[in-house]
Design a protein around this ligand. Structure first.
Ligand code: SAM
Length: 306
């Protein structure tokens, strides 16, 4: 009897009653949506989208179609990068009237290379609760499958779109101490891939994830120099959406940094002055830098006094 009673209690316990997971009054919900596979929309996300007073969407048609697929009829309002500042005021007013709001982007987690930062900042500043639902995010999914160190990583969004600026930007990160994660579109993936080996060295470990959670999902991992030819082998590999990851670089060689600063300074300054500037900029010992300055200037360092 006792066992039956326990079973009965367990079965009848309201695991997910109608009210559970429904939107709370005056709250902003950040709701990630699928980046490919619609089954990745969580039951909780569905519940929130179904119960909020308004869904602020990057593209109301895209989100409308997704919600229709799930049989949800929500009130939609547009919030995209061009109108975010204007829309924030009206959404704040709704929250102040105890309405609940969900923020979604076209795909993935809002604010991650998507609009929403201004809204969340304003909502927090106004003292309304912000609840983040965990869910699909291309960067996190890609990193979790790359097998590159993930204890610390840096997410950079999209690299600069223009080739020259992109090369400078990549070059500037040659010693970046954590795995770098970036987004790229099909228009620029070959350009980015071609710039990796010159910037980071041919053997730097690189990973690429494409079309995550979609039919032609692929994950590639190898040396930077091999990525352009892998992409070129099959035109289909250049299609779709990409996450590119680059392993961390070795810390800079202090002598390299000293030389890089000293060389241009020595064109205009005496070695002793150049050494003073560089030593203070880099926090290095002045004598060490002075010896190097003398060597670069083609003079032997003085031996008696410095
Ligand atoms: N908020 C989204 C997220 O959480 O991932 C990212 C939005 S951003 C505008 C779009 C970029 O994310 C794409 O250009 C691509 O780099 C990456 N991305 C989105 N979906 C992807 C997928 N299924 N596979 C690989 N990368 C994807």
């Amino acid at each position: 009897m006792r066992k039956v009673w326990h079973a009965h209690v367990h079965r009848c316990r309201p695991v997910n009653p109608a009210s559970e997971g429904a939107a709370e009054a005056g709250t902003l919900y950040i709701v990630p949506t699928p980046i490919g596979n619609l089954s990745d929309l969580s039951p909780r996300a569905l519940r929130v989208l179904d119960s909020v007073d308004v869904v602020a969407a990057e593209d109301t048609r895209t989100t409308g179609a997704m919600l229709t697929h799930f049989g949800i009829r929500a009130r939609l309002t547009a919030l995209h990068e061009h109108n975010e500042s204007q829309v924030v005021g009206s959404l704040l007013a709704r929250l102040a009237e105890a309405q609940s709001v969900a923020l979604v982007s076209d795909a993935g987690t809002p604010l991650i290379s998507d609009p929403g930062f201004r809204l969340v900042d304003a909502v927090r500043s106004a003292g309304h609760p912000v609840v983040a639902l965990p869910g699909p995010c291309a960067a996190v999914a890609a990193l979790s499958a790359a097998g590159l160190p993930s204890d610390a990583f840096s997410f950079f969004g999209f690299p600069p779109p223009k080739a020259g600026a992109r090369r400078d930007w990549l070059q500037a990160h040659v010693h970046w101490p954590h795995t770098m994660v970036m987004y790229e579109s099909s228009h620029r993936i070959q350009g980015l891939a071609a710039d990796l080996a010159p910037a980071f060295g041919a053997s730097r470990q690189v990973a690429l994830a494409r079309e995550i959670s979609k039919r032609f999902e692929q994950h590639w991992r190898g040396e930077a120099a091999a990525l352009p030819s892998w992409l070129a082998e099959d035109d289909n590999r250049q299609r779709g959406e990409f996450v590119v990851m680059v392993a961390a670089g070795a810390p800079p060689d202090p002598e390299e940094a000293i030389d890089r600063l000293l060389r241009p300074l020595l064109e205009d300054l005496e070695p002793s002055r150049a050494a003073r500037v560089v030593a203070s900029a880099l926090g290095e010992r002045r004598n060490t830098v002075y010896r190097r300055a003398m060597a670069l200037a083609g003079d032997a360092p003085p031996t008696a006094k410095e």
